[in-house]
Design a protein around this ligand. Structure first.
Ligand SMILES: *Cc1c(COP(=O)(O)O)cnc(C)c1O
Length: 476
């Protein structure tokens, strides 16, 4: 029974009464389990009908109150109908995984307890859990435990933005104070044509402008050419620019290519550049002992990013920025104001806000911590190994169906061509709802891209994809 306070208080429509809340939680738990159990049977893609969505929303004028249970049912039904089901085993898209169950549990708890990750003293356990996970992941990727530092971020975009800011701060100690306009020579950084667009966007956000990102040539396998990097740095120096950073990628978005990290590390060292590795997706290969060699050299980087919401299958978003330079985050982000909590003064702790561009911050690290605690590194290694095997199977099946694989990688991103117009094939497969795949451009050629993003994808899903592609090709 609802108490009088619950029924009559001015906040009663916010808190709701205990029996209603109990029913909401029960329906949520049932809906989550139902989604996990039945999503493999769903159509992967929704129909795209903006007018229908606007009609559905028209009833919400926020004047007449809606029954809470009706609202919950409305959104559960809507989420089933109107989204690409990225947790579907036949979603072969950008790196959007099926979220791990402990990650779903963690995000739910975080919403309820709502820990504040700005000041350490407000959420000491949460802050220490994040620092613990950051260190564990850093060590897995080869950074020394004593100096490794890092922070959770909203995603790879923010983590790469953090890397640019740290590299600027490192190269130009006055940057925090004067900004880019205080620098004598224009800073430039180095990427390849395959680098994720978040780097050029971060250059814009840092006030450098996208043109400060210089494109280094790639070889036939789309890997950055380290010799070209050194030559271009020297030319830029002579022309009056201030080279400060090179960004290598470990697992490109297009084609899963890993740049020659050791060679780029050598070039960065001799040219005195900050060496950043964008390992948003591919970095997780470090968890699998027999795949670790693919990332050789990553441990020599000054910073790297890894998105736990990619190959660690955390719910979105869970970016991780790591650096081997212990003081750089504080120098880049540290500020102090009168209203900041002082409860932890004198304790040997790190306030999370001194490491992040965020102030109020969600407890992002819990979903990674709980998932790792339950699965262990071995549980993750098994899942990553399985997805890699599914990528190999897809390559075999496509070749058997007469198609050419046009990217060379051991990671499970498969780009292929041959037989028919790629755009038309992808359009037919996606609108059929049988699977989600996409096109991209490699070496001026439009190709089909399929990535194994889901630990639940099985051989029958791979065969269904190849059949859907063949069927799309044959249909007139
Ligand atoms: C996904 C990705 C990013 C961007 O990360 P978000 O979390 O989507 O912001 C950056 N770089 C690479 C290589 C990626 O795969």
């Amino acid at each position: 029974m609802a108490t009088t306070e619950e029924k009559c208080a001015p906040w009663s429509s916010l808190l709701l009464d205990a029996p209603t809340r109990a029913e909401i939680w029960a329906r949520l738990a049932a809906a989550i389990e139902d989604y996990i159990a039945r999503v493999p049977e769903a159509c992967v893609t929704p129909e795209l009908k903006p007018a229908e969505l606007h009609r559905r929303l028209a009833r919400f004028d926020f004047q007449a109150p809606l029954d809470a249970l009706e609202a919950v049912d409305w959104i559960i039904d809507g989420l089933w109908r109107y989204q690409v089901h990225t947790p579907h085993p036949r979603y072969f898209g950008l790196f959007n995984p099926a979220p791990v169950s402990m990650g779903i549990a963690a995000d739910t708890l975080v919403a309820a307890f709502n820990p504040q990750l700005a000041a350490w003293s407000h959420s000491p356990l949460a802050a220490e859990i994040e620092a613990h996970v950051v260190r564990a992941v850093a060590v897995k990727l080869g950074y020394p435990a004593e100096t490794a530092d890092g922070t959770f971020a909203s995603g790879g975009m923010e983590a790469n933005h953090t890397a640019l800011l740290c590299a600027l701060q490192n190269a130009f100690p006055a940057f925090a104070e004067t900004g880019a306009r205080g620098l004598e020579r224009p800073p430039v950084l180095y990427v390849s044509s395959q680098t994720h667009h978040s780097i050029a966007r971060a250059a814009r956000l840092c006030g450098l402008g996208a043109s400060s990102a210089r494109t280094v040539a790639v070889d036939d396998d789309l890997r950055m050419r380290a010799e070209d990097l050194s030559a271009q740095v020297r030319r830029d120096r002579e022309a009056g620019f201030a080279p400060f950073l090179v960004v290598a990628t470990a697992g490109t978005t297009n084609a899963g290519i890993i740049d020659p990290l050791d060679e780029i590390a050598d070039a960065a060292q001799s040219e005195r550049l900050w060496f950043h590795v964008d390992a948003a997706w591919g970095g997780a290969a470090a968890i699998v002992p027999e795949m670790r060699h693919l990332l050789a050299g990553i441990e020599r980087s000054d910073s790297l990013i890894l998105d736990a919401h990619k190959w660690l299958s955390a719910p979105m978003g869970a970016g991780i920025f790591l650096t081997r330079k212990p003081d750089i985050l504080r120098r880049t982000f540290g500020v102090s104001t009168a209203y900041m909590p002082r409860d932890a003064a004198g304790l040997d702790i790190t306030d999370p806000h001194t490491h992040s561009m965020q102030w109020s911050r969600r407890f992002t690290g819990l979903k990674v911590f709980l998932a790792l605690a339950v699965a262990g590194w071995d549980g993750y290694a098994a899942a990553i190994r399985h997805q890699t095997a599914m990528g190999n199977l897809l390559r075999e099946e496509l070749r058997a169906a007469g198609r050419q694989i046009v990217n060379r990688t051991e990671l499970p991103v498969v780009c292929f061509a041959g037989k028919g117009d790629p755009e038309e094939i992808v359009r037919r497969v996606v609108t059929s709802g049988a699977a989600w795949i996409s096109t991209t451009r490699l070496r001026d050629q439009t190709v089909i891209r399929a990535c194994i993003t889901n630990y639940r994808t099985q051989p029958e899903d791979i065969r269904a994809l190849v059949e859907a592609v063949s069927a799309a090709n044959e249909r007139k």
